[in-house]
Ligand binder design. Structure first.
Ligand code: S3P
Length: 430
């Protein structure tokens, strides 16, 4: 479905962003292999997380939806999953496929994992290779690099492994496999990636040690069911932070946002760009930091983003590119080659769309250079079927006089089904 977006606006009011996607996935996975009933409040009912629910239902887990926002998971214990009768379909969700690989590696049955067109082109070897070192048998196209993947679980042994790419999905898959392995599994990472898996595993009673530059897991007898309240997703809030930041006169309060330090690169960057942004009322939900965020619109300046901050804002780069387009001066994003293998080639998608709007953008192999503050015009934009590109372009479009069109914008349902309604609710046409 194509969507027309009208600018220019001021962004005012308050919102609660949708629940965190990464944490919602993990709550189903960990709840399913725990003993007892896990209650997940504020679960993200979006396409990606529903794929994870489907996969675990196919492995015999009873998962019930209650009220508007609650999920009840009747855990089967570490060894209680059953062989699925049909393939496990992960849809567009890299998190579902990569994390499931780690859990499946420890089961005593065979399963087949499939995905949609985009996911079938995303590299899986980064997970498959270390899982094979642990003893898993995984087959797939191009020596197991692409789905469909056939996983034959079995007895695993712990390994020590340094992540060659900064990826929380790889780390998480290995932590899950480590639950089933003989001996300890140690994963070294630099820079640090999001640590929701280790936080939640600990919360459920796993033997996890989180150290400086490493995480270690030793198999537990069992995991025990727990209660989770999922914080708001900072990656979804980011679209609204930038919408307020780049439109002068805006003032937006974003409530209940997860501010796990492995995810807050966007806040650091906006501050460095000169944005008036305040973090208020910090609290903890299930081991995860949460706060309210107040943003005021004004003038931003260009920035360089590189090296270790990149994993702390990797999913926010499409919307940061929009902020850079509206900022004064030059911005550089590099060391972000991972963007090429996300739901779309995000470097290509960003460059294509921003150029359509009249921006000055140079494409780099691992990022881009934007000369901000140029006059922009409404245009026809393309989501490339990537939720974060669709939302980033919608924010650009509300900030430019006139009417833009976004092709295939319904892909926002992957992580943020009511994105356009929420955006409309805070946009005041000027
Ligand atoms: C995620 C980790 C990141 C992120 C993705 C979600 C997770 O991917 O981009 O949207 O939930 O673990 P990588 O692990 O590939 O960096």
């Amino acid at each position: 479905m194509d969507i027309f977006v009208e600018g220019k606006v001021r962004v005012d009011g308050q919102i609660i962003p949708p629940p965190d996607k990464s944490i919602s996935h993990r709550s189903i996975m960990i709840g399913s292999i725990a003993e007892g009933t896990t209650v997940v409040r504020k679960f993200l009912f979006a396409d990606d997380c529903l794929r994870t629910v489907d996969c675990f239902r196919k492995m015999g887990v009873e998962i019930e939806f209650k009220d508007q926002d609650t999920v009840i998971v009747k855990g089967k214990g570490l060894r209680g999953l059953k062989k699925p009768e049909t393939e496990l379909y992960a849809g567009n969700s890299g998190t579902t496929m990569r994390l499931l690989l780690g859990i499946l590696a420890g089961q005593n049955f065979e399963a087949v994992l499939t995905g949609d067109e985009s996911l079938s082109k995303r590299p899986m070897k980064r997970v498959v290779q270390p899982l094979r070192m642990m003893g898993a048998k995984i087959e797939g196209k191009d020596d197991g690099n692409y789905a469909p993947l056939i996983v034959r679980g079995g007895q695993l042994k712990g390994i020590s492994y340094s992540l060659p790419v900064a990826s929380a999905q790889v780390k998480s898959a290995l932590l899950f496999a480590g639950l089933y392995a003989d001996g300890e599994t140690v994963i070294y990472e630099k820079p640090k990636t999001r640590d929701h898996t280790e936080i939640m595993l600990k919360h459920f009673g796993a033997n996890v040690v989180m150290g400086d530059g490493f995480v270690k897991i030793t198999p537990a007898e069992k995991l025990s069911a727990s209660q989770i309240t999922v914080p708001g997703d900072i990656s979804s809030a980011a679209f609204f932070m930038v919408a307020a930041a780049i439109n002068e006169g805006s003032q937006l309060l974003i409530r209940d946002v997860g501010i796990n330090p492995t995810r807050t690169g966007i806040i650091d960057i906006l501050k460095q760009m000169g944005c008036d942004i305040k973090i208020m009322d910090e609290r903890i939900w299930g081991g995860e930091k949460v706060a309210d965020i107040l943003i005021k619109g004004g003038r931003l300046r260009g920035i360089t983003i590189e090296r270790e901050i990149v994993p702390r804002l990797i999913d926010e780069i499409p919307i940061i590119a929009v902020a850079c387009t509206f900022a004064e001066g030059q911005s550089v994003v590099k060391d972000a080659k991972e963007l090429r293998v996300k739901e779309s080639d995000r470097i290509k998608a960003i460059v294509y769309n921003l150029r359509n709007l009249g921006a000055e953008v140079e494409e780099l192999e691992d990022g881009f250079v934007i000369t901000g503050g140029k006059p922009l015009k409404p245009a026809e934009l393309d989501s490339f079927n990537d939720h974060r590109i669709a939302m980033a372009m919608a924010v650009a479009a509300i900030s430019i006089d006139g009417r833009s069109k976004i092709k295939n914008a319904d892909c926002v349902a992957i992580s943020f089904p009511n994105f356009f309604q929420m955006l409309k609710s805070v946009c005041k046409q000027i």
